[in-house]
Design a protein. Structure first.
Length: 214
């Protein structure tokens, strides 16, 4: 190797380096500077170093892309699992003609409350149901936020012309609601789901009788 040999075609080789670096800056790491070790000079080492640098950059970028794709796939899987859990934890059951039951389990945050309300309204509209029972037996704790979410759900159901009943209110939950000053005076509240179903059947019977009288 003749390190002290004069540099050949310097201008052309500089232009080639600029082209390769510009391509790398645009994300093309396949371009390489042609080098000849049989006819090397003082500039050859620089060209070789630039080739190695671009190759390393390409490898790092490809690895970052691979990890980003893996992360996106994992996030997509997590989102699908979250939706599946939401659907399992808020099943809407058509327990009788024009009677729906929504058993709530776990905590109620704003996102989940909006989702269950949307699903309930869609189901009421599709089945032309007249009574929706929200059973909160499986809700661990009721605070002001949860109570407000329930009130909004009830109001939304009523706007569709259906009645909404809240069941599963345990004594400690009732005390909490009273302590929080949440007004449930306009909502039918019952101690358990069985009471809610009895109320729903009587309500529908009364509607049918009133309809027959007319």
């Amino acid at each position: 190797m003749a390190e002290d040999s004069p540099v050949k075609d310097l201008s052309e080789r500089m232009s080639r380096i600029e082209e390769v670096l510009a391509a790398a800056a645009c994300g093309n790491f396949d371009a390489q500077i042609e080098t000849s070790y049989d006819d090397s000079d003082a500039f050859t080492a620089l060209e070789t170093g630039i080739n190695l640098l671009i190759a390393d950059m390409g490898a790092e970028v490809n690895e970052s892309r691979r990890k980003a794709e893996q992360l996106a796939e994992k996030l997509d899987l997590i989102e699908k699992q979250r939706k599946a859990i939401e659907e399992l934890s808020t099943p809407i059951i058509k327990i009788w003609d024009r009677v729906l039951v929504l058993p709530l389990i776990g905590s109620l945050d704003t996102r989940r409350s909006q989702k269950l309300t949307e699903s309930l309204l869609t189901e009421i509209s599709a089945t032309q149901s007249k009574v929706a029972i929200l059973d909160i037996t499986g809700v661990g704790a009721v605070d002001s936020a949860v109570a407000n979410h329930l009130l909004k759900a009830v109001a939304s159901v009523q706007l569709l012309g259906a009645d909404c009943v809240i069941t599963g209110i345990r004594p400690e939950v009732a005390q909490t609601i009273v302590h929080l000053g949440v007004d449930l005076s306009g909502v039918v509240t019952l101690s358990n789901l069985a009471e809610g179903l009895r109320w729903a059947f009587k309500h529908l019977q009364k509607e049918n009788m009133d309809g027959n009288k007319e």
